[in-house]
Design a protein around this ligand. Structure first.
Ligand SMILES: *Cc1c(COP(=O)(O)O)cnc(C)c1O
Length: 427
């Protein structure tokens, strides 16, 4: 088939799928008009055979990239034996995975589920139940949560209640009561709002959807200290930042501070839906059989794949690689900042990086012009270009990206008003 024919056929296929989805699907997303049919390494392939350098990895999910042999082998092997047992019975992979996760996190116990939101929901329920146990032991502790400005924890009623942006909560009101938002990294605000009414502090050590914003050392330390003073739980949402994304297994490890509960999901099974909540022995006291559960969670297939992901990361020393390539990537983004006035700030660690752009309009244009060059870059929090590439990204891919961004930014002519706001947004 000639190239132009193939292109035309691909375009028709995309258009017919678009029309059908428009009619049949609940309209939760405005998808970019591209139809992906395959992937390999850090590249996705569309229906016309065009390869895209993927710096988003399905929102931080495909950490080992596409078509990874270890993932494929685990799926094939497990699909031949057992896909599902329910949690009423044992299967051979649960404890193996829990052992790996507790070892790398410094936690004691694990609960497996099917998504990030569900893991976070389990964390909220655990904090409430734990406060109940403390009350039964004579302590004074309430049921409130403190959550952070710009924080994101998911989409169930419980999870959206702790999610900052109004647009996620308001249409579904009333959401769960008893959540108060604290200015992120404002220690005084945190101290002022904390009391023995609080059963948990909700934090992302590096905020993801909120625009790739790392917590300050003082802020995390204050949250830990306040929780210690009453028995409230420090809940660290590592759904985006966890499992190596920042160059440590968990982002909180950069701070040398151990939370009571942490949640994981996105990269854990490299694209199969899975979530996990990890907690201390003390917190785990609050849960007894029958209180919480899931039909699908922690089934043999996802556990086998998650084990393969962790073992591959260890065998290939991927944490070191993330630190090395991530450090190089950040340094090159800083170089772009020094060359282009539209870049207001560069943030993040490892391969969780963000670039604050002077205006929403320019950030949108940058993401869309990168896509036209077949490089996938995400925009979050209006003005932030976010990079969450597969952990197997190489320096050569960074160089391609930087050259493309340099070209895109060179095409921007800035109005002085935009420049002024860039200076304000900068750090
Ligand atoms: C993505 C995300 C969630 C929600 O995970 P889902 O799997 O989409 O339910 C929660 N918290 C953080 C920090 C996330 O990045």
């Amino acid at each position: 088939m000639s190239d132009s024919l193939k292109k035309e056929e691909g375009q028709m296929k995309l258009e017919s799928i678009q029309a059908a989805e428009q009619k049949l699907m609940l309209q939760t997303y405005q998808r970019y008009p591209v139809l992906f049919v395959g992937g390999n390494g850090v590249y996705l392939r569309d229906e016309q055979g065009v390869d895209y350098l993927d710096l988003l990895s399905g929102i931080g999910v495909s950490a080992l990239g596409y078509a990874h042999p270890a993932v494929e082998a685990a799926i094939v092997a497990q699909s031949k034996t057992l896909l599902h047992t329910s949690n009423l019975y044992y299967h051979e992979h649960t404890a193996e995975l829990a052992l790996r996760l507790t070892e790398i996190s410094g936690m004691d116990r694990a609960f497996f589920c099917n998504s990030g939101t569900e893991a976070w929901e389990a964390a909220l329920k655990l904090a409430r139940a734990h406060a109940g146990v403390l009350r039964s032991e004579g302590k004074t502790i309430g049921t409130k949560f403190l959550a952070m400005d710009q924080g994101f924890h998911g989409r169930t009623i419980g999870a959206v209640s702790t999610t900052y942006k109004e647009k996620y909560r308001a249409p579904f009101a009333p959401v769960m009561p008893g959540v108060e938002f604290v200015r992120f990294n404002d220690v005084a605000d945190l101290r002022e709002k904390f009391s023995n009414e609080v059963c948990g502090i909700c934090i992302e050590a590096v905020q993801g959807e909120g625009g790739v914003r790392p917590a300050s050392q003082e802020f995390i330390a204050a949250a830990r200290e306040l929780c210690n003073s009453t028995g409230a739980l420090l809940l660290a949402d590592e759904i985006q930042s966890g499992l190596g994304r920042t160059g440590e297994w968990f982002a909180y490890q950069h701070y040398g501070i151990q939370p009571d509960v942490t949640t994981l999901a996105k990269p854990i099974a490299n694209g199969l839906p899975m979530g996990a909540m990890l907690c201390t022995e003390e917190a785990a006291r609050a849960i007894t059989p029958g209180m919480h559960g899931t039909t699908f969670g922690g089934g043999p297939l996802v556990c086998a794949v998650a084990i393969a992901v962790i073992d591959t990361m260890k065998q290939t020393k991927l944490l070191e690689h993330v630190r090395e390539v991530g450090g190089y990537f950040k340094q090159r983004l800083e170089w772009l900042k020094s060359r282009h006035e539209c870049v207001a700030a560069v943030r993040g660690m490892g391969l969780m990086l963000g670039m604050e752009i002077a205006s929403e309009e320019l950030a949108t244009r940058a993401a869309s012009e990168m896509m036209q060059q077949h490089i996938i870059v995400n925009r979050t929090s209006e003005t932030v270009l976010r990079f969450l590439p597969p952990f197997i990204l190489e320096r050569s891919h960074v160089d391609i990206t930087i050259a493309a961004l340099d070209k895109v930014f060179s095409g921007f002519t800035l109005k002085s008003s935009v420049l002024a706001s860039a200076v304000l947004a900068g750090e």
